[in-house]
Design a protein around this ligand. Structure first.
Ligand code: PGA
Length: 250
């Protein structure tokens, strides 16, 4: 039995947003308060965590970071530790995003260190997994996901975990998988996590927007969304939250 709420809608701002924009976003978001049964979280850049923490928590929005380093402190120039994220009010941290895997070269062993460090500090990781287009076309999706999920081997089954299934070819492209592909892939991921006895949920990510959110969130096995581009505007982000609320009520 999952201890998570039915839906999590998480906004990944990536490397976007300065303080004035964030303040305006929160003001506009507050016009549509988060409905019951939908958990809302925002992952702004590190520089906005402290200034936004109180404003978000009074509006019932949880805070997360987009990355973390695995050491608690020390001579690691340019890095941010899990303790610092907790101190800034974070509950979540995104790990293994395809942009970090592909652009910054992050591999499973680094991601595993980060997972453990996040758990040990009381953060809940949102672990991103997903295949490239050539993997999908050649029928290798499940093999790729299995390899990415192997970072969880031997980890404490009790630790809270959210997976974000994000096909790399759907990120920022406006293209989404078919509903059959999303349903089948989420079923596969849920089964893998259930096999290792992990309390978990599985978000979908990749070109989620106000127009397609209800259809995607209504699919069995989709427990929420990790939203990039459409989370930068309060209006589209609110519409996605409302779509989750109507799915939760059905
Ligand atoms: P997108 O990004 O919604 O802009 O496709 C999703 C993500 O990378 O998390």
């Amino acid at each position: 039995m999952s201890t998570h709420q039915r839906y999590l809608i998480a906004g990944n701002w990536k490397m976007n947003g300065v303080l004035s924009e964030a303040r305006e976003f929160i003001r506009a978001l507050a016009e549509n308060p988060a409905p019951e049964h939908v958990e809302v979280a925002l992952m702004p850049p590190f520089t906005l965590l402290h200034p936004l923490a109180d404003k978000l928590s009074t509006r019932g929005v949880r805070l997360g970071a987009q990355n973390v380093y695995y050491e608690p402190k020390g001579a690691f120039t340019g890095s941010i530790s899990p303790l610092m994220l907790r101190d800034a009010g974070c509950r979540y941290v995104i790990l293994g995003h395809s942009e970090r895997r592909d652009i910054m070269g992050e591999k499973n062993d680094t991601i595993r260190h980060k997972l453990d460090a996040a758990w040990n500090s009381g953060l809940e990781p949102i672990l991103c997994i997903g295949e490239h287009l050539d993997d999908r076309k050649s029928g290798n999706t499940n093999a790729v996901l299995t390899e990415q999920l192997s970072v969880l081997e031997g980890s404490d089954a009790e630790k809270m975990l959210t997976i974000a299934y994000e096909p790399v070819w759907a990120i920022g492209t406006g293209v989404t998988p078919t509903t059959d592909e999303v349903r089948d892939t989420h079923t596969f991921i849920h089964q893998k996590l259930t096999d290792i006895g992990k309390d978990h949920r599985v978000l979908y990510g990749g070109s989620v927007n106000a127009a397609n959110a209800a259809e995607l969130l209504g699919l069995p096995g989709v427990d929420g969304a990790l939203v990039g581009g459409a989370s930068l505007q309060a209006e589209s982000f609110s519409q996605i939250i409302q779509a989750a609320a109507s799915c939760a009520n059905n």
